[in-house]
Design a protein. Structure first.
Length: 148
């Protein structure tokens, strides 16, 4: 299984914000911290805000902050929001499926079961679990790019 950059960046944004609670972060700051495109992060932040994970404050002194407690943000829920289809193989998409054996193949059901097991494991973990006791260590990794 491979997650899209959108899902990967969604988790990274949440980890960054969780490591530095109560502080606004600009999308430029997030981009600099990870060395990734600000353009991608704007879309990621929009997704996270739309799902209620983060709050966005506009303006010159605005930024992004967590909108809920880290213990209430389930990793599986974040990935479902950022990766809405989880099409592991072509036949998962009815509109674009050209596989000639799809009507008789048992692989799709097995892969669907595996996908649900994957998400079930992630549903057991929260953002608080990911940050855990290493919050300061994680935050320290961002120190060189942190804005004052």
């Amino acid at each position: 299984m491979h997650l899209t950059l959108h899902a990967d960046y969604s988790l990274r944004v949440l980890l960054y914000l969780a490591a530095r609670p109560g502080r606004l972060a600009s999308t430029q700051e997030l981009a600099d911290a990870y060395g990734i495109s600000k353009h991608h992060l704007v879309r990621v932040v929009q997704t996270l805000a739309g799902e209620g994970f983060v709050e966005v404050k506009a303006g010159r002194s605005g930024g992004v902050t967590l909108a809920m407690a880290t213990k209430d943000i389930r990793v599986g829920r974040v990935l479902r929001a950022a990766e809405p289809d989880f099409e592991l193989v072509e036949c998962f998409n009815r509109e674009h499926n050209t596989c000639p054996i799809a009507p008789a193949c048992g692989l799709k059901g097995v892969l669907a079961e595996a996908r649900e097991a994957f998400l079930a494991v992630l549903d057991r973990y929260t953002l608080a679990d990911l940050v855990g006791r290493s919050r300061k260590d994680l935050a320290d990794l961002f120190l060189p790019v942190m804005a004052p």
